[in-house]
Design a binder for this molecule. Structure first.
Ligand SMILES: C[S@@+](CC[C@H](N)C(=O)[O-])C[C@H]1O[C@@H](n2cnc3c(N)ncnc32)[C@H](O)[C@@H]1O
Length: 243
């Protein structure tokens, strides 16, 4: 799954169990469970390990105001809604279906542009199908935005400093990841976790390239055996101490 990483990256690789240990430290003497659906066989979804990493970070940070760039099937939107407090809100953004046109013809499993094009077309054709069939109680925690994320006006939307968990998994082009990341920091509360998917992906190399540069002077972690990278902001930066 993972691309060969450069020998010298400032991104710190950690094992998944570092997070699981932090969960044990945060919830001593408790069994900490989570609700997960059988992963979709379609491309573009999370693995079970990635799902457990996302939920662990949501539980560690006590996230209650979550934002996702890239809804797709809504599988991760649903995962986050199902594993956060009843009054949590999950906002998720994806492209307006009528603005999507298919242009690439390459191998969707090997060519990043073709893969992105497939994901956009699938969302335009089928919408967030996992969300659509969710229970009303879970569904009511979710707000969907249909807009190109690079045109998001953070201030006008009232999104400045509103979110404590921001997951960047929309378009994978360098410029889109960069713009979504810039917006994510503007949208983040003082204490927040910012996460990226597709770090070390074999096909979406722009995400890796962007993050390796972006990580200079920051503490960004890559969870081994996943394509998840994350940064803990503010007081959350100590959450992994002692794990
Ligand atoms: C990898 S999928 C998201 C998967 C989803 N986060 C999950 O975990 O199930 C990427 C999604 O980003 C959307 N996308 C691509 N470019 C975008 C843009 N500029 N603005 C908003 N969404 C975009 C695509 O339509 C696609 O549905």
């Amino acid at each position: 799954m993972n691309a060969r990483l450069p020998d010298h990256t400032v991104i710190q690789a950690i094992r998944p169990k570092v997070l699981f240990k932090a969960i044990e430290n945060r919830f001593p003497g408790q069994n900490v469970g989570f609700t997960v659906n059988i992963p979709s066989p379609d491309i573009g979804g999370m693995t079970l390990l990635e799902s457990s990493v996302l939920v662990s970070l949501a539980k560690l940070t006590g996230a209650s105001s979550l934002f996702e760039f890239g809804t797709f099937m809504g599988a991760t939107t649903l995962l986050l809604a199902q594993n956060t407090p009843v009054d949590a809100q999950v906002v998720t953004i994806d492209l307006p279906p009528d603005e999507v046109s298919s242009t690439h013809t390459g191998d969707v499993l090997k060519d990043g542009d073709a893969n992105d094009d497939y994901l956009r077309s699938a969302f335009a054709d089928q919408g967030a199908r996992c969300l659509a069939r969710a229970d009303a109680a879970v569904h009511s925690k979710v707000q969907q935005i249909l807009q190109d994320s690079t045109t998001l006006d953070v201030r006008e939307q009232g999104f400045e400093h509103q979110f404590d968990f921001i997951f960047i998994d929309g378009g994978h082009h360098f410029d889109i990841v960069k713009k979504d990341t810039e917006n994510a920091y503007r949208m983040a509360r003082k204490n927040a976790v910012v996460l990226w998917h597709d770090y070390a992906s074999n096909i979406h190399s722009d995400v890796t390239e962007f993050l390796n540069g972006h990580a200079q002077g920051r503490r960004i972690y890559h969870v081994e055996h996943t394509m998840i990278a994350f940064e803990l902001l503010g007081d959350f930066s100590t959450l992994l101490s002692g794990s």
